[in-house]
Ligand binder design. Structure first.
Ligand code: NAP
Length: 301
């Protein structure tokens, strides 16, 4: 039986692993895909203290190196569910079962789909949810970004260095994105804002994206914009289906300040939990608390 199983290998999971190793808990981290989480797909991070500018993958390599350097065991597997056997937590994966005294869920979140006609069929054919992955395919070609949060505005700035033109379609006049990001986008000559607009449909030619149909919500006018790529950044859905702990209406796991969920001995940290701000810095803070509380829980087990 492990003292602690950490599920997820993004910033929160790796931080929890660092703290757990230093507390000498017998720990394993389970990761489904590659270590690093969604942030590893970010072109540049400029608000993680100590690193004025670093790529998401570069920062996550440092986290991983730190955790592995302390001897953290990382298993690549997918957790199907967590059940309880008395006080023990049983973590089921396709490979079998693990038992643990405590669990930290740090599974993060995935991009939300918009649900407009053409989106599903044209994903991978011009529709994308990752600018760093797919941006280079659109060199000197026009693209559209949908959304008004940090991800949309930041990724639009990144895309403006590759694409000939970037349209930002946002359903309101006000943006959620940090003012600094917004100002930078406004000062970028090849970015055009289509505020108070919504994307209605994505049209193809020869089975790849060719046009986006947008509607001006103020005048109700509908127009087609020629674009070869449509990047959708309209928020995120947490990866929490496999946990039975109490969640909010968005599916994010509810915790208290100690990162305790509604199940004793199960903690949550990072983007998968209800939080007013989803950042690497906050994920790291959550994970430090979760790991500390897990250690207390294991000591009193
Ligand atoms: P977000 O902040 O939730 O923003 C989602 C955006 O999509 C909002 O502008 C929202 O519009 C729009 N939207 C949602 N559903 C829509 C729909 N059905 N149709 C049209 N538009 C829709 O998501 P995010 O940008 O992915 O960011 C997630 C978290 O990560 C945030 O906490 C963010 O601060 C953080 N983050 C930080 C950085 C950084 O560098 N600091 C970078 C990336 C992400 P409304 O505004 O009208 O609701």
């Amino acid at each position: 039986m492990y003292d602690l199983v950490i599920i997820g290998g993004g910033p929160a999971g790796l931080t929890a692993g660092i703290y757990a190793q230093r507390s000498r808990l017998n720990t394993v981290l389970i990761e489904k895909g590659g270590v690093g989480g969604q942030i590893a797909l970010s072109d540049v991070i400029e608000n993680y203290p100590g690193f004025p500018s670093i790529s998401g993958s570069g920062l996550m390599e440092k986290f991983e190196e730190h955790a592995r350097g302390l001897g953290l065991e990382i298993k690549f597997d997918e957790v199907i569910n967590i059940t309880l056997d008395g006080k023990a937590k049983v973590i089921k994966t396709p490979e079998g079962e693990l038992r643990a005294k405590a669990v930290i869920v740090a599974t993060g979140a995935k991009p939300r789909r918009l649900g407009v006609p053409g989106e599903k069929e044209l994903t991978g054919k011009g529709v994308s949810y990752c600018a760093t992955c797919d941006g280079p395919f659109f060199r000197q070609r026009p693209v559209m970004v949908v959304g008004g949060g940090d991800t949309a505005v930041k990724e639009a700035i990144y895309l403006s260095k590759i694409a000939s033109k970037v349209y930002i379609v946002h359903r309101r006049d006000k943006f959620r994105a940090e003012k600094m990001h917004q100002e930078k986008a406004e000062a970028t000559p090849n970015i055009e804002f289509l505020s108070s607009h919504v994307l209605k449909e994505i049209k193809a030619e020869n089975n790849v994206v060719a046009r986006a149909v947008v509607q001006d919500l103020k005048s109700s006018a509908v127009k087609e914009v020629n674009v070869d790529g449509v990047f959708i950044f309209v928020g995120i859905n947490p990866t929490t289906d496999f946990v039975e702990a109490e969640k909010d209406e968005g599916g994010f796991i509810k915790t208290n300040q100690k990162m305790e969920t509604s199940i004793p001995g199960v903690f949550a940290a990072g983007d998968c939990r209800t939080s007013p701000l989803l950042q690497v810095a906050t994920a790291v803070g959550d994970a430090a608390i979760a790991s500390y509380m897990a250690e207390q829980y294991v000591e009193n087990y």
